[in-house]
Design a protein around this ligand. Structure first.
Ligand code: SAH
Ligand code: MG
Length: 208
């Protein structure tokens, strides 16, 4: 649901360049689901990543590399984005996207089940920024991993926190899962948190 206000904000602050458009088209050509973040949400993620001065960031759920490109572009040249992806097909598209975007040297793609990659990734921490956007039932688990592996003042973000507003009156399992996650985050002792009502909703927490 894009409003006139969103179009205004997008025109001024969240214009996609040719590469980002190409990544969306390339993902579609490979039959990937069109569930990437919007341009405005991508710009939001990059802004938040820059706000914490992130050098080491983690993304859970790469898909075709769209949100990952927004994130990687916010990192300094010696920064690293570790992005986790279960599907070999998605991972292949994402790797190609990062090369096309010229951030291939800054992005490390970890293929496989995130719950198996994360414990191994811990040794590269502590991290400055974590973006959660994979299987929704595992969000509380990913949040706990972020709590343990973010530096103090580091930031966790999670996509689809509001599901078009339907989380307010949860009906489906998906809506109940996200409502549950928001409640876990709101009461989590390790985070100062809020959900931003932008796009599909991005939950944000600062590590205490
Ligand atoms: N962040 C992406 C969209 C991610 S869609 C963007 O905005 O561009 C969710 C992705 O998470 C899918 O590619 C899916 O294959 C992946 N995924 C789902 N379950 C996963 C798991 N258990 N471990 C790692 N990746 C997973
Ligand atoms: Mg999402």
């Amino acid at each position: 649901m894009t409003t006139e206000v969103d179009s205004y904000i997008d025109q001024l602050f969240a214009q996609e360049d040719e590469t980002l458009r190409w990544i969306r088209e390339e993902s579609r050509r490979h039959g990937l689901p069109e569930i990437n973040v919007s341009a405005q949400e991508g710009a939001l993620l990059q802004l938040l990543l820059r706000a914490v001065g992130a050098k080491k960031a983690v993304e859970i759920g790469a898909l075709g590399g769209y949100s990952g490109t927004w994130l990687a572009r916010g990192l300094p040249a010696d920064g690293t984005l570790y992005t986790l992806e279960l599907s070999g097909k998605h991972a292949e598209v994402a790797r190609n996207s990062f090369q096309q975007a010229g951030v291939g040297d800054r992005v490390k793609l970890l293929e496989g089940e995130a719950q198996q990659s994360l414990p191994k990734l811990s040794k590269e921490g502590p991290f400055d920024f974590v973006f959660i956007d994979a299987d929704k039932g595992s969000y509380p688990h990913y949040l706990d991993w972020a709590a343990k592996n973010l530096r103090t003042g580091g930031m966790v973000t999670a996509h689809n926190a509001l599901i078009g507003g339907r989380v307010v009156n949860p009906q489906s399992e998906y809506e109940q899962t996200m409502d549950n996650f928001n409640r876990v985050l709101a009461e989590h002792p390790d985070f100062y948190a809020l959900v931003l009502n932008i796009g599909d909703g991005t939950a944000v927490g600062i590590k205490r």
